[in-house]
Design a protein around this ligand. Structure first.
Ligand code: NAD
Length: 476
């Protein structure tokens, strides 16, 4: 079936409740991080809006969850077709709301297609076991109404990555974008209204009251959350009161272990990419680099050289390879970590440079072998500063890599791939990359060990997190 054509504008934004655009007497707007000038107004959802969205989702659930799977798939396909002509418009929007250089923003807008393609080939598994007495059928049923609470770093991919499996399993979903980056998710949900019945997919945003209201509500059955570990803990504590299901995708402090047999000239620039893509504001960015002592100096030098070639600037400047920090809060937090490293007397292999004028710009910097327990090593910096540390003993470096409360990602680099894989398997992390920085795929689960999360998203495993398991025992 051909989806209806439409002509969307990308300058007005609204919440979506029960299939309709909803404004509010109160509006807010985010700032373009490249210029600090306000972007478009967005409505702040009122408590009544939250209540109505939850009511509509529950009203839509019986019909949507009993819609045949093939029909739900077909609707996802239609939504994908509606989205495709707007990839360029979403790319521009992501540049404006996140401060992403064009290539990074376009990467996110295209990743949405990969998410669609992955979800479109998923099927609900069913297992049948049989003995003389009975047939046992293990099946999966949708949990109900899901609230998707999203961060600011990948506002489109991380909301669509929750919406697609929720809708496919038969759940109804309410998206709550980050107040820092509400625009692309609001627009994507607006687009979905051409395809899905009212109440099936909604979006409400505005201020910091909306998230807790969704988490506390007894008629929301699951929270799919991506954000900081601190907020994840608060959500889990609050969700316990109504025993909601939670998927928590939280912060990381990903180590990279570099063996002495790597080709320095090709590896160092790749490691630098892993540290500084989108100014380090990536959950699975490399946040600590452990380099074998025998190549420490030339490797550090090559990292400095590759980093120095990055051009910091406004997102829409074609020469920019690194944009600003997305918001003032994160900008201040990273500046504070830089100041702490200076105050502690650590050596900067690449010192930060001051950047004048508007915009949350920080130049990338590299700290040379700070103490293993320093703040810059132990905390998630989520910005363009990275510590490089020396190692000599394999057991010790594995212990250091695993020696934080985080467990999101890790990478191991060696010409001996078998060795790198062996060590990779010892990493306490949900995603391990051998001879690559974190290049995730929607086809495989993204999850955190330890305080980096509970459960996970994407892949066929993440898909089933939108379901309860039901076992039907058929006695003969
Ligand atoms: P955050 O925790 O500050 O906010 C995330 C979302 O939660 C926002 O929408 C916010 O409005 C909402 N929120 C805040 N307090 C809430 C509460 N008490 N109840 C309900 N909702 C609440 O995170 P952030 O600063 O937007 O994102 C950056 C963090 O996200 C980093 O730590 C990063 O590592 C992490 N992250 C993790 C992944 C992953 O897949 N593991 C992916 C991207 C980002």
């Amino acid at each position: 079936m051909t989806p209806p054509t439409m002509n969307m504008n990308f300058t007005t934004f609204s919440n979506t409740i029960n299939g309709e655009s909803r404004l509010s007497p109160i509006t807010t707007s985010s700032l373009n991080p490249s210029t600090e000038s306000p972007l478009w107004p967005v409505p702040v959802a009122t408590p009544k809006d939250v209540e109505e969205a939850i009511h509509s989702a529950n009203a839509a659930f019986p019909s949507w969850s009993s819609t045949p799977f093939a029909e739900r798939l077909q609707k996802l396909e239609q939504w994908k077709q509606l989205y495709e002509p707007y990839i360029e418009a979403f790319t521009t929007l992501l540049m404006q709301e996140c401060g992403k250089p064009r290539a990074v923003a376009a990467g996110e807008a295209h990743e949405v297609l990969a998410l669609f393609d992955h979800n479109l080939q998923l099927r609900m598994p069913e297992e049948r076991l049989e003995d003389e007495a009975r047939v046992v059928v293990t099946r999966h049923v949708p949990v109900g109404v899901v609230a998707a609470i999203c961060p600011w770093n990948f506002p489109l991919v991380l909301s669509v990555g929750k919406i697609l499996p929720a809708l496919l399993t038969g759940c109804c979903i309410i998206v709550k974008p980050s107040p820092f980056t509400p625009y692309s998710a609001l627009k994507m949900v607006e687009l979905a209204q051409k395809v899905f019945p009212p109440g099936v997919v909604q979006a409400i945003g505005g201020d910091e009251a909306v998230g807790p209201a969704l988490v506390q509500h007894p008629d929301v059955q699951k929270i799919a959350f991506t954000g900081s570990s601190a907020t994840g803990k608060r959500i889990m504590a609050e969700a316990a009161k109504t025993l909601k299901r939670v998927t928590l995708e939280l912060g990381g402090n990903d180590p990279a272990i570099i063996y002495p047999d790597v080709d320095i000239a090709t590896t160092a620039p790749e490691v630098v990419q892993g540290c500084f893509v989108f100014s380090g504001q990536v959950c699975v960015a490399t946040k600590r680099v452990y380099v074998h002592e025998s190549i420490y100096e030339p490797f550090l030098e090559a990292m400095v050289e590759a980093t120095s070639q990055m051009t910091v600037g406004k997102a829409d400047d074609p020469s920019t390879t690194m944009g600003p920090m997305q918001n003032h809060m994160q900008y201040t937090k990273v500046q504070e970590l830089v100041a702490d490293s200076h105050a502690q007397g650590y050596i900067f292999a690449l010192p930060p440079q001051s950047i004048e004028g508007k915009g949350y710009f920080l130049s990338p910097c590299i700290v040379d072998n700070p103490p293993p327990t320093s703040r810059i090593v132990m905390e998630e910096q989520f910005g363009p500063i990275v510590p490089v540390l020396k190692w000599s003993d394999e057991k010790e470096v594995i212990a250091c890599a695993n020696g934080t409360t985080s467990g999101l990602g890790a990478s191991v680099w060696s010409a001996d791939v078998a060795r790198a894989e062996r060590v990779g398997r010892l990493m306490q992390a949900g995603s391990v990359f051998v001879n690559s920085w974190a290049k995730t795929t929607p086809r495989a689960m993204l999850s955190g060990h330890k305080q980096s999360g509970i459960g996970g998203e994407w892949g066929s495993t993440g898909f089933l997190e939108y379901c309860n398991t039901q076992v039907v025992h058929l006695f003969k």
